[in-house]
Design a protein around this ligand. Sequence first.
Ligand code: ZN
Length: 304
Amino acid sequence: MEFKNLKELMTYLKDEDVCREYYAQLRWGGNPTCPHCNAPRPYKLKGGKLYRCSDKTCKKNFTVTVKTIFEKSKIPLATWMGSMFLITAHKKGISSCQLARDMGITQKTAWFILHRIRYIMGDPAPEPLENTVEIDETYVGGKFKNMHLDRRKKYQELNMDNKVGIMGMLERDGKARLTVIGNSSWKDVIRENVNSSALLMTDTHLSYQGLIYEFAGHTTVNHSQGQYRDGMTYTNTVEGFFSSLKRSIYGIYHQISPKHLQQYCEETSYRYNTRKITDKERFVNSLSNADGYRLTYKKLTQKL
Ligand SMILES: [Zn+2]
């Protein structure tokens, strides 16, 4: 399929059969396998849409959307795919209101689509970051003035900081990752995401001290002393990356609950990590991941 933009894509995906065929090729490459037991060569039942597993103990029926993010939704595949193109092509993310207007769907449907597509934007098996890695932390949320009075009172009574800490880690000229810090220590977050062969660059915060003994190198800039660059040592790139996360959260999504924050982090990282490929490549890449989220399947299909 040749297309460069949404209009050409939608012209090609003119009906459900074309969409199914296209996705079946991408998912199975002409050799359908049972999504329940991975058995090859299922029977094709009449009508063409339905398959039956040829394994004697399985024998289950399935379609190409079983165990994908498209499963159990009445939304046409063309709407899914068009939305996927729009969502992944937008450099700063797209709100459910905007997606609803662009695709001619209700906001509720748009919200549902966004939620599911966001799940496949994360890298299920990320490689540790390498080479020169800038690391910094930031906090999001905590805008009490925008909060409902009852909730604000509750937070203030508990003396609880409504902010959530996020660790940003970014390879210079490479990949980036954002992780909600949660209950882990900063060092544990870094250990989980960065290869010990890397050269780390951070500010002089105490929580980063000692990393030099575990990694190939660790240089710092002293932000509290007004120092932002020392030769090749700086964290400006990762700080810029935080800005795009915050622009998405405050500018496009307005407010998000802490429980969804990691998903927004994944989405921002995804956009950054695919910045050098075309919109079409990004679309095909995302669509190929539509069945690659089995670990979170249960979570995904629970009632939203
Ligand atoms: Zn089977």
